[in-house]
Write a protein that binds this ligand. Structure first.
Ligand SMILES: [Zn+2]
Length: 289
């Protein structure tokens, strides 16, 4: 009798921890263990056969190996599925996975860059077969939003990431929940690292204020994202936006950038150190810089 009561109490405690308001649909539901970045990437960051196969993790203060992941009860099952279907699944299939050049990189290499940009590294995503720009944009936006709407920690240590602010959190929530278009006072850049074997690393989202607007950035296995938000975004920002819009008509662009080199649009990226970096123990840090 006593044991049965204890079991019920334990079960209730577990249930109350798992149940809550889903951050995306705002409904009360059983919440899933939601990852900030797809779990599959943690697996790829492991080095089988190494004495310590775990990914190397570094922030401003500490570098160590760790099997900790950024995960918490955040979304209901339906919303997890929505994020998966609208972005994550496509990115996992087409982004770099350590097994040769990614389909995304190969698609760009086989296509012609836009002639109006002398760098030869700017592509119209609509003109590149095999690129689903809507899914790339959705995936990037979902990572920035997830980073912003919750406090994240890894291995019990809090990791300060980005804050989009209440207004943009809500606008991106509505976009990600398919209730609204991509926020009109935001621009997102999608860039593919110009390498058949990009550094297998994850730079978690960081941001800074840049004059009148905020800019945020993250990298994940050969993909780099920049997100700009603010009421008056400069033309040099909006012209590279990857969002497909009807009004005003813009050509969604995808960009190639060289890993670690200060060229093309890279100087516009954030100069400061990332909040947290994960990389594979198989790769010396110098070659991932
Ligand atoms: Zn939900």
């Amino acid at each position: 009798m006593l044991r049965s009561k204890q079991n019920t109490e334990t079960k209730n405690r577990t249930m109350s921890r798992d149940y809550g308001q889903c951050k995306l649909c705002l409904q009360g539901a059983k919440l899933q263990r939601s990852h900030l970045i797809p779990r599959a990437y943690y697996k790829l960051l492991r080095t089988p056969g190494a004495d310590d196969p775990n990914p190397i993790t570094a922030d401003e203060n500490v570098t160590r190996t760790s099997q900790d992941q950024m995960v918490q009860h955040l979304l209901c099952a339906a919303c997890e599925d929505l994020l998966n279907k609208n972005g994550e699944r496509w990115v996992l299939l087409n982004n770099y996975r350590l097994a040769g050049p990614s389909p995304l990189y190969q698609a760009l290499k086989a296509a012609a860059a836009e002639p109006e940009y002398p760098s030869g590294t700017v592509y119209s995503s609509l003109a590149v077969p095999g690129v689903d720009i809507d899914k790339l944009v959705y995936f990037g936006a979902s990572i920035f939003w997830r980073a912003s709407v919750a406090d994240w920690s890894m291995g019990g240590t809090s990791v300060p990431l980005i804050r989009l602010g209440r207004t943009y959190d809500e606008q991106f929530r509505r976009y990600l929940h398919c209730e609204a278009e991509f926020p009109c006072n935001a621009a997102i850049w999608v860039a593919v690292v110009r390498s058949e074997e990009p550094p297998p690393l994850v730079n978690f989202p960081v941001g800074e204020i840049k004059g009148e607007h905020h800019q945020h950035h993250f990298d994940i296995f050969g993909l780099s994202y920049m997100l700009y938000v603010g009421g008056s975004l400069p033309a040099e920002v909006t012209k590279f936006c990857a969002v497909r819009t009807a009004k005003p008509a813009t050509e969604p662009l995808i960009l190639l950038h060289a890993a670690g080199e200060q060229e093309d649009f890279r100087p516009l990226f954030l100069p400061g150190p990332p909040a947290l970096v994960l990389w594979s123990g198989a790769v010396p840090r110098s070659s991932t810089a």
